[in-house]
Ligand binder design. Structure first.
Ligand SMILES: Cc1cc2nc3c(=O)[nH]c(=O)nc-3n(C[C@H](O)[C@H](O)[C@H](O)COP(=O)(O)OP(=O)(O)OC[C@H]3O[C@@H](n4cnc5c(N)ncnc54)[C@H](O)[C@@H]3O)c2cc1C
Length: 483
């Protein structure tokens, strides 16, 4: 067997989890190789349009279809930086309700608030974002709308921590093209590269090879040629769909019964009674958190005229023309729901197949929060809304909201996406075909195998997960015994 590359620690995947581990270990002077299946986009290798970003930096060139009664797609990054390259970079701490649940269910204190906060602070400090919350001076009009809704209805609207990406425009999640600074790539990967981290892109780990209770090698392809990488320790950070896929490809489908926990995003296009012009403004800075304990968050979302318009392809020409004429009056918001059911993640002949069924409890929640939020919006100057429905998607002010949502919120009428997948190879106290890593991220079966990405989280987080993933990755990486 040719052992083409040798190192002390191999990290597979360069996203939120992998890049955090790479930074920590390189700073400690370890001999680390970081491999990434996707491409590297440097400042002089810029992606210029949203379609370019989708094609080149997202897995499967955009959205991965999820077999479901609803129209449903899942999205994640595939490039140096993984999801951190294409996301808005908002860094939230883990909600207390989630940390309490993890400590209780896993009978531990590892996830106590101080512990996670300490790691969160270390990560954000390294990214240069210590003063996030104090940094918002100018707010976008859609954020001001939420603030107004909060004050009027006495509901809790939180200030969003600023994005770690310095391009804080309202177009960011539609493609953080590399010409703008992206802290994670710069501070965690490129800076570490200067300090000795070996970064290999277009390198796809295909199979984990074992010898007794140790991992001996990874079989990978580098620019489509087979290579082998040996190391003393192996850290999986391939993300929510690919870490379980690599495990399944290596140890068989029965080794891991994988479900992807997700947050569902349902987008509402809202026409206001004035030109709101959000596409020219900054990224949103407010989020409705009043219903967090019920798994629901409501916030504005990135707005870009062309992609907003393109997303309306279900509309007829007459409606489209009307919207085109008043596009400056539109903003979009999302209801984000922690899904009760997970997405089934299947490996069929080395291809990923995702399937999902929305629970009746979640349907009831959606009806409730669509009704509430649309009522708030109409009450603060909204004239008309475009709902994420296949049929009857236009809602106007004179309609009865309760009847409208009772009639239209059913599975096959919904259109939703998720860009927050997690807990697909979750940690646990005992080895089973659902939990193959312990609560310190170490494999139960292989002494030198760890996982530090979104797949390891004990459950979904309700809030955006990147801050949690990075904090946990930092914590796990610190606690690995390197002797
Ligand atoms: C559009 C969008 C917007 C988002 N906005 C936010 C936000 O504002 N705030 C927030 O907190 N979260 C956000 N998220 C979610 C967040 O980006 C992800 O939860 C996070 O990046 C997941 O981190 P990870 O380390 O698990 O995996 P990823 O970041 O997905 O990284 C995994 C990497 O591993 C690579 N890989 C996979 N398989 C292999 C293999 N076999 N060999 C080598 N490499 C491999 C992949 O190509 C990928 O680059 C967003 C996500 C998207 C898609």
């Amino acid at each position: 067997m040719t052992k083409d590359i040798n190192c002390e620690i191999l990290i597979i995947g360069s996203g939120a989890g992998g890049s955090t581990a790479a930074k920590y270990l390189t700073d400690k002077g370890r001999d680390v190789v970081l491999i990434e299946e996707g491409n590297r986009f440097d400042k002089d290798n810029v992606l210029n349009s949203f379609s370019d970003v989708l094609k080149k930096a997202w897995r499967q060139g955009g959205i991965i279809p999820v077999i479901s009664k609803s129209k449903f797609g899942f999205g994640e990054g595939k490039c140096l930086g993984g999801g951190t390259f294409i996301n808005g970079g908002l860094m939230w701490t883990t909600p207390d309700i989630i940390l309490d649940k993890w400590n209780k269910e896993l009978n531990t204190t590892i996830f106590k608030k101080e512990n996670i906060s300490l790691n969160f602070d270390e990560v954000t400090k390294n990214l240069g974002t210590e003063n996030l919350k104090n940094n918002i001076n100018i707010e976008s009009s859609d954020s001001i709308k939420l603030k107004e809704i909060g004050e009027k209805n006495k509901i809790y609207v939180a200030k969003v921590p600023k994005s770690i990406n310095s391009d804080n425009t309202n177009k960011l999640t539609l493609g953080s093209v590399r010409k703008n600074k992206n802290s994670v790539i710069d501070k965690f990967i490129l800076d570490s590269e200067v300090k000795g981290l070996r970064v290999i892109t277009n390198c796809n780990a295909k199979k984990i090879l074992t010898q007794n209770n140790l991992i001996s090698h990874i079989e990978a392809t580098l620019n489509n040629e087979k290579i082998y990488i040996s190391a003393k320790k192996f850290i999986l950070a391939c993300g929510a769909t690919q870490t379980p896929m690599l495990i399944k490809k290596s140890f068989g489908n029965n080794y891991l019964n994988s479900g992807l926990e997700v947050h569902l995003n349902l987008r509402i296009g809202v026409k206001f009674n004035y030109e709101i012009n959000v596409d020219k403004e900054l990224m949103f800075s407010r989020q409705i958190q009043e219903y967090l304990d019920d798994g629901v968050l409501i916030m504005p979302t990135s707005f870009n005229k062309s992609s907003f318009f393109a997303s309306l392809n279900k509309l007829n020409n007459e409606d489209l023309l009307q919207i085109e004429n008043s596009l400056n009056s539109y903003a979009s918001f999302i209801i984000q729901l922690q899904s009760e059911n997970h997405i089934n993640l299947n490996n069929i002949n080395n291809n990923i197949v995702l399937s999902y069924n929305l629970s009746s409890k979640d349907l009831i929640k959606l009806k409730k929060y669509f009704t509430k939020f649309c009522e708030f919006l109409f009450d603060t100057g909204a004239l008309e809304m475009i709902l994420p429905f296949n049929k009857n998607y236009i809602l106007t002010k004179n309609m009865n909201l309760k009847d409208y949502f009772d009639q239209n919120v059913y599975q096959s009428n919904l259109e939703m996406v998720s860009v927050h997948g997690m807990s697909s190879a979750k940690m646990g106290n005992n080895k089973s075909n659902k939990t193959i890593f312990d609560i310190e991220g170490k494999s139960f079966d292989f002494k030198n195998l760890y996982s530090v990405d979104s797949s390891i989280l004990p459950s979904s987080t309700i809030e955006s997960p990147q801050g949690t993933i990075m904090s946990l990755s930092n914590l796990i990486t610190k606690n690995i015994n390197y002797n």
